[in-house]
Design a protein around this ligand. Structure first.
Ligand code: ZN
Length: 156
């Protein structure tokens, strides 16, 4: 595994739409492993999308520290949403920024795992927030686009 550099706001790649993975090749497996290492060790995030390490593929990882542990999503589709909740979000690609964002309270998502098997997951609370945030990255959307009210900026 290897740490990868996080792409930060201002880089136009963050605004591009990611393409589906057509084959779960060793490169994709390495990408997943590297993304996890980058998320956990370097930056302590709870989610990371491939575009955040400069790869425009529909892949993301989340780990909100609950019983699910690390979840990997390849070619995800959100199939159902319900309700709403507001959470103060941040992003590895927008260091120091945070804002309240409204998201669904509950979602269902289907995706492929690293073995190419389709799975479906129901999520609520923070896990739903995190999945929706990462899914947005695949579409070139940043949480600040959805901010309710002010975007807070904190200097390191
Ligand atoms: Zn983000």
């Amino acid at each position: 595994m290897a740490l990868r550099n996080i792409v930060v706001e201002g880089d136009p790649i963050l605004r591009k739409k990611s393409r589906p993975v057509d084959e779960i090749s060793p490169r994709i497996i390495k990408l997943l492993d590297d993304m996890a290492e980058t998320m956990y060790l370097d930056n302590r995030g709870i989610g990371i999308a491939a575009v955040q390490v400069g790869v425009l593929r529909r892949v993301f990882i989340v780990d909100v520290g609950d019983e699910h542990g690390k979840l990997e999503f390849i070619n995800p589709e959100i199939t159902y949403t319900e309700g709403e909740q507001t959470y103060c979000e941040g992003c590895l690609s927008l260091p120091g920024k945070s804002a309240d964002v409204e998201r669904p309270e509950k979602i269902r998502i289907k995706a492929l795992d690293r073995n190419g098997n389709e799975f479906e997951l129901e999520a609520d609370g923070l896990l739903a927030v995190c999945i929706c945030h990462e899914y947005d990255h695949l579409e070139g959307i940043l949480f600040t686009d959805r901010a309710k009210g002010e975007i807070e900026t904190e200097e390191d």
